[in-house]
Each structure stands twice: as C-alpha cells, then as structure tokens.
Design a protein around this ligand. Structure first.
Ligand code: UMA
Ligand code: ADP
Length: 446
C-alpha cells in the first residue's frame, strides 16, 4: 500500500501550521492555493523547498494519489477543487479535525456571530486563574496545530470556532460547547442564514454540556441529545442551574440560579452585550469545574481586547473609539447602542469595507437613535449609502486617513467618532487588526 499523501488547501496561517504538523509526523503532502501569488509563498518555499505547490488549479490527474484534503477555513466548500474532490470521495477536513483526532484533554468549543474572542479569552483566563494548563486557539488567531506539538501538555483546550472551521470538523466531542448568538454574517459564503446557522449548530454535536442563549432562538440546539446537559444564559432572571441577571435594590448582578456573583457595574468591559459574554464565559468555566472565585477575579480585571470598542483618544471634547472588529451588522449595532446609550452628544460613524452579502437596511434603527452622520469607505460603500441615504447624512472617503479627517470635521464637542465598519477589512487591509492600527495611528497623529 502506498504512503498517505495529503493536499493542504490554502497557504495562510492555517495552511502553514498544517504543513508543519504533517512534516513532524513524516506524512507527505502538496499544497494548493486558488491565488496565483499567495502572500506567504517565499517563506513557505524557504521552509519546505521539497514540497510541490499548485497555484490557481490542481490537476484532475492528481486526485487518484490523494488520501485527503486538509483545508484552510477561508476556502469555500463549493470551490471547484473541493467539489471535484468530494465527487471523487476524497475526504475533506480541517485543522480542528486533526486536533480532535489526537487530543485527549477536554475541549471547550465557542462559536457565535459576535463575542467569540471575548468569551474565549475570558474562559482561558479563568482556567489560568484556576491553575489549569490551558491552550487558547482557533479562529481567535493561533492555529490549533501550532499548540498541539509545542512541548506543553495542556489539560484543557479552549477553542474559538468559526462557521467555516465547523464545516470541516466531524470528530469533535467538546466537554462544553456554545453558540453565543446568530445574526447575519458571511452570507456571501453560506448563501442563507439557515445554512450559516446549520454550520454553527455543528458545535453541539456530541457536546457534554450545550450552552445556549435564551434570547436567541437560533442558538438553541436543534437536535436532541439525552446524554447532554442543557444550560442557558440570558439577560433575564435565571431559573435553577442557569445563568442570568438578578436585580436587587437597584443593583444588577450576574447570577447562577439565585446565587449573585458580581454587580455588572464592577465589570470593566462595558455594554449589555458584554454582560451576556461574561455570563456565557462563567457558564463554560463552571462546566469544566472552575470555582466562582476564580471566575469573579478574572471578570473584575479583564478590560477587553484591542479593536473592540477601544478608546483611542479624547480631542477637543470628542472621544475617538476603535471597533475595527465590528465586521458585521450585529457587532456594529451593539457597539453603537453600547456607546450611544451612555453619552451626551452623537456618534460620527466610520463604516464600510466588504459587506459579505449583508442587508445594510437592518442598521437603520440604530443609526436613527444615536448617529449624527456617517463617513463611508471601501468596496461596498455604494451599497451602504443606497440602504441608508435617507436616515443620516453620509460623506464618502477614498481611504481611512481621509475618513478620519472627514469625521473630525463632522464631529462636535461631546460626540464620539466610532470606527465600527460592519464589514470585513480585506478589500483595503491585511485584517481587522491592521485596519484598527491604521485608524489609531492616524487619530493619534491628528
Ligand atoms: N485562499 C484560497 N482561496 C480562497 C480563500 C483563501 O486559496 O478562496 C488561500 C489564501 O490565498 C491564503 C489562505 O487561503 O493563502 C488563507 O487561508 P484562510 O483564509 O483560511 O486564512 P488563515 O490565514 O489560515 O486564517 C484562518 C482564519 N481565516 C479565515 O477563516 C478567513 C482566521 O480567522 C484564523 O484566525 C486562523 O485561520 C487561525 O485559526 C480570521 C477570520 O477572519 C480572524 N475569520 C472569520 C471571522 O472571524 O469572521 C471567519
Ligand atoms: P468575535 O470574535 O465573535 O468577532 P469579539 O469578542 O471579538 O467577537 O467582538 C467583536 C465585536 O462584536 C465587538 O467589537 C462588539 O462590538 C461586538 N460584540 C461582542 N460581543 C457581542 C455580543 N455578545 N453580542 C453582540 N455583539 C457583540
């Protein structure tokens, strides 16, 4: 019998981590990327001079030699390569599947449209506070296979999983799994909200504890599993062993059943969406046996991740806030309402980029309440302007530097200038970090 031979699809962070993982196991592979000039080519050749890289297309004659395709999440399953592979009965899976097949330590799996990175980070910090050796990886930025062989024996894995990654995994059996929420995103890839939700629902498959959001019916597990414990979180009062908010003498507490854990005003992350994130993190930490004290200590000191409603500067009475991670409409609405509800003036919103098939009219309500004007840029600025032109005044910018100058001219003392694009950044930037960094640098240079 011939040796196993894999094709790695996609030469980004994930592809590189898969290549290193296979090389460490002496498994043969080639690489494929749909682009003619993927960014990491030179570095890849330097590290793997003996590996064949197929660009743009993979020859049909090559299928017979393939044991399987290990794909990056960014490559859609309906690309011709994947479709032809599946027609040839070639297994297609991803890096999370490789991890799930090897790792014996418990895995906490976190998905949802928004709040994933915040909740993943919180659970990781809670585990560390409890003295657990924890690996935090996945869509949050570190490919899981980079940690699998890093020499540390992790007792717990906390994974942020995107719908793309969930489409490529079958063997995951998480100790606890959650869908935090589902609002429209990535519709260019999934084509419908139902398909997007179905990808997210895969996280519950064989999970010991399934944690859902009482306020979002799309997060309810859609399959029955008598083996699995069902737990919920929400911003109402929780019954029995569930998570929610209890108000006593005007103070709102995070609570487990009737046990009050912490007043929400002691959280450093602001906005009611972050109360939900804190509750979800506590519920997941509880499912792996972390104490209330360890959870509360982390909640009291965690001040949030960069590029999520992050204060940059106050200048001439105007606050400048970087929410570059607001890459879909749901995230931008929560940023606008979190900030708008607590200020005197109005918001000048900088938005635009790749809309991923979103319906921008769903932003109208949030704009009416809090937004003075918008500065639009990027690939889908036309679509956004068309959907919102009768709601608030709109000006157009050709790049982010110009958008900052226009926003400065539009703002008045007491206002907030908010970068929360409701769009992906990839038309103009490497990623949302890059977009947020460019914004911050320009604002600081004003
Ligand atoms: N590629 C193709 N054809 C395509 C798309 C991509 O050949 O149609 C190639 C590109 O040329 C590139 C490579 O694939 O060389 C990139 O692969 P990738 O897009 O899967 O990106 P990675 O660098 O491997 O990063 C991925 C996640 N990216 C995506 O899912 C798009 C990262 O999430 C994740 O942090 C990383 O793996 C580690 O697990 C980013 C993301 O934007 C943050 N995720 C989306 C989101 O959060 O909304 C889902
Ligand atoms: P993700 O990893 O899912 O993108 P993050 O925790 O990075 O989520 O938050 C991204 C953005 O989404 C934040 O800037 C914030 O505006 C918004 N957000 C965070 N948590 C929630 C939530 N629970 N519900 C709605 N929006 C949220």
């Amino acid at each position: 019998m011939s040796s196993p031979f894999y094709l790695i699809a996609g030469l980004g962070k994930t592809g590189l981590s898969i290549a290193r993982y296979l090389r460490r196991r002496n498994v043969l592979f080639a690489v494929f990327d749909t682009r003619l000039e993927p960014a990491g080519m030179d570095d890849f050749y330097a590290e793997f001079p003996d590996v064949t890289v197929y660009l743009n297309d993979f020859p049909v004659s090559g299928y017979a030699a393939l044991t399987g395709i290990i794909s990056s999440p960014g490559i859609a399953l309906d690309t011709p390569l994947m479709q032809r592979a599946m027609a040839h009965d070639i297994p297609v899976f991803g890096d999370i599947e490789c991890l799930a097949r090897e790792v014996l330590a418990p895995i906490v799996a976190i998905t949802g449209t928004n709040g994933k990175s915040t909740v993943t980070t919180l659970v990781g910090e809670m585990a560390k506070a409890a003295g657990i050796s924890v690996a935090v990886a996945g869509n949050i930025g570190t490919p899981v296979l980079d940690l699998l062989d890093d020499g540390t024996s992790y007792d717990l894995w906390v994974l942020e999983l995107s719908s793309f990654q969930l489409d490529l995994v079958t063997s995951l059996s998480p100790i606890a799994a959650t869908i935090l929420n589902v609002t429209p995103d990535h519709l260019d890839r999934h084509h419908s909200l139902d398909a997007y939700r179905a990808s997210k629902q895969r996280v519950y498959h064989r999970a010991k504890t399934r944690l859902y959001n009482r306020e979002d019916s799309q997060s309810y597990p859609q399959s029955n599993d008598p083996q699995s414990v069902l737990v919920s979180f929400g911003e109402d009062e929780p019954v029995s062993a569930n998570w929610g908010l209890i108000e006593t003498d005007g103070v709102v507490y995070l609570a487990y059943g009737q046990t009050r854990l912490l007043p929400v005003n002691e959280l450093r992350i602001k906005g009611s969406h972050n109360w939900a994130n804190a509750l979800a993190a506590c519920a997941l930490a509880h499912a792996v046996g972390i104490s209330f004290d360890d959870m509360i200590g982390v909640l009291k000191r965690f001040s949030g991740l960069p590029h999520r409603s992050q204060w940059v500067r106050t200048m001439d009475g105007v606050d400048w806030i970087n929410d570059s991670k607001g890459t879909n409409i749901g995230a931008t609405i929560s940023a606008i309402s979190g900030i708008g509800g607590a200020m005197q003036g109005k918001i000048v919103l900088i938005a635009g980029g790749q809309g991923k098939g979103a319906d921008f009219t769903t932003l109208r309500f949030a704009l009416t309440d809090y937004v003075r004007s918008m500065v639009l840029l990027g690939e889908d600025a036309d679509l956004m302007e068309k959907a919102l032109v009768d709601v608030v005044p709109i000006v157009r910018a050709s790049n982010l530097d110009e958008a900052v100058l226009l926003a400065k001219a539009q703002s008045q003392p007491g206002d907030v200038v908010l970068l929360s694009p409701a769009c992906a950044s990839l038309d103009m930037f490497r990623d949302f970090n890059h977009r947020g960094d460019v914004f911050t640098a320009k604002v600081n240079a004003l």
